[in-house]
Ligand binder design. Structure first.
Ligand code: ZN
Length: 294
């Protein structure tokens, strides 16, 4: 099962979040029928959002990460909740481009660099916190590091990765790591972490060797202490009731128009492609309730 391990190391000066999101990203791939480069791009963003959300205290708090670099992938959105539920979407799921030199999936090219990464922390308060940075590389990991530094004044290292089986496009492994340095740590701690980051492999390489998040943490940090573990999964959470409520906030005239044309309404969830059908009778009922409540 997919999980995120939270640990600290170097006498509590470094906080580590390590995730195995293989099943989550595979479920996302199936939901959106994604080709390899689209899958790697969205898989990295889903993993990044899940890692950031693993600090949330309450079930319904959420992190929403949105990227648009004006590349062929279009807009990518990942939403991760405090209870471990993650969902997301991508403008074009059918992208398969590789870097001709390395042969690797070219996420940076698919996402593009002419745009922004926006992260919203919705803690259930009136005004959610939102930070936006220009994209650095469109590779997602670098962009998250830049965001944490600029918007939240956190020094970090981020590795997010997805390996795809080229035969059937299924996800081989997916996961991520975030190291966060506490404020005002001594110079030698910074240097020690930089050395680890320089020498470590991409997170997907460790997972591909059969290591889990906890193994990776112990491999990289001698004195790591595990603080918490959380499960994560691909789960949309949409429902008939959710979309009925969405229809109920439409203008009276718009609802009346839908009733008059007699075709009912069909709503397809953009995150999971579930289909919700509302008959003309359903729409009349929604309109009646709306009139009662106003
Ligand atoms: Zn849905």
């Amino acid at each position: 099962m997919d999980e995120i391990i939270i640990a600290e190391a170097m006498h509590g000066q470094v906080r580590i979040h390590a995730a195995d999101t293989t099943q989550l990203v595979e479920d996302a791939r199936i939901a959106h029928q994604m080709y390899p480069t689209s899958c790697a791009a969205l898989g990295r963003l889903l993993t990044g959002a899940a890692l950031l959300a693993s600090d949330l205290k309450k079930e319904d708090e959420k992190i929403v990460a949105a990227v648009n670099g004006h590349g062929p992938a279009g807009t990518l959105i990942a939403q991760a909740k405090g209870n471990g539920d993650v969902r997301g979407l991508i403008g074009d799921p059918a992208i398969f481009i590789t870097n001709p030199e390395t042969g690797k999936l070219d996420v940076g090219k698919a996402v593009g660099t002419n745009g922004y990464l926006t992260i919203t922390r919705d803690m259930g308060l009136k005004d959610p916190f939102t930070g936006t940075v220009k994209l650095v590389s469109g590779e997602i990991g670098d962009d998250l590091v830049y965001y944490l530094a600029m918007s939240e004044q956190i020094s970090s290292a981020v590795s997010v990765g997805v390996l795809v089986n080229i035969g059937d496009y299924s996800v081989k492994v997916a996961g991520g790591l975030i190291f966060q340095l506490l404020p005002n740590v001594p110079e030698e701690t910074i240097e020690a972490v930089e050395k680890i980051v320089q020498e470590m492999k991409p997170v997907s390489a460790y997972l591909d060797q059969g290591m889990g998040p906890e193994d990776i943490i112990h491999e990289l940090f001698d004195d790591a202490e595990i603080l918490d573990r959380r499960s994560v999964r691909w789960h949309c959470g949409c429902s008939y009731e959710h979309y009925r409520d969405a229809l109920a906030v439409l203008k009276k005239e718009d609802l009346q128009e839908m009733i008059d044309d007699g075709k009912g309404a069909e709503i397809v969830c953009q995150y999971c492609h579930s289909k919700y059908v509302f008959t003309t009778e359903d729409l009349k009922e929604i309109l009646e309730k709306q009139s009662e409540n106003r």
